[in-house]
Design a protein. Structure first.
Length: 161
């Protein structure tokens, strides 16, 4: 498969993965663009790999890690996000989904990556381990810790309500 065909077939999925990983549409597009630029330069070798998408996803994930390592790029978390009014009718389900998404974005990068790859991208442990370059047991550990942290936050929120 040629590079242009790969981008046409999997480009939107890579952007979706990056958006879910970073929580920011613009940063996600930049990450995918940088990853694809790197992949283009090495495409002759990458296309011989069993699954080039895993390689490119890893480039996106590593780009996200590098971005967070730069001190100037760190966002400061706040206790509570400001209430924003939006036009139209917002249902409780949308508000809960938004609250959950804020919690997912607050997870450490590897835990967030596992949650995104498992629950949004619907990958199994083996595929996630391949993308993250770790063992399947490590993937399960990150998933367990992430879910425990999310449950803890949601239980705390219910206790306060």
């Amino acid at each position: 498969m040629g590079f242009e065909a790969f981008v046409a077939a999997r480009g939107a999925a890579l952007v979706r993965f990056a958006i879910l990983l970073t929580g920011d549409d613009h940063r996600a597009e930049d990450l995918v663009q940088e990853a694809l630029a790197k992949a283009y330069l090495r495409w002759a070798g990458i296309r011989r790999v069993d699954d080039p998408e895993v390689y490119v996803r890893r480039l996106v994930l590593n780009g996200s890690r590098s971005w967070w390592r730069r001190r100037a790029n760190r966002e400061v978390p706040v206790e509570r996000a400001p209430d924003r009014t939006a036009p139209g009718d917002l249902s409780g389900e949308t508000a809960e989904r938004d609250e959950l998404w804020r919690l997912v974005v607050g997870l450490p990068l590897k835990q967030r990556a596992v949650v995104v790859l498992r629950y949004y991208e619907d990958l199994d442990d083996a595929a996630i381990a391949q993308v993250l370059e770790c063992s399947q047991a490590t993937v399960r550990t990150h998933a367990m810790r992430a879910l425990a942290k999310l449950r803890g936050h949601l239980n705390d929120a219910e206790g306060q309500a």
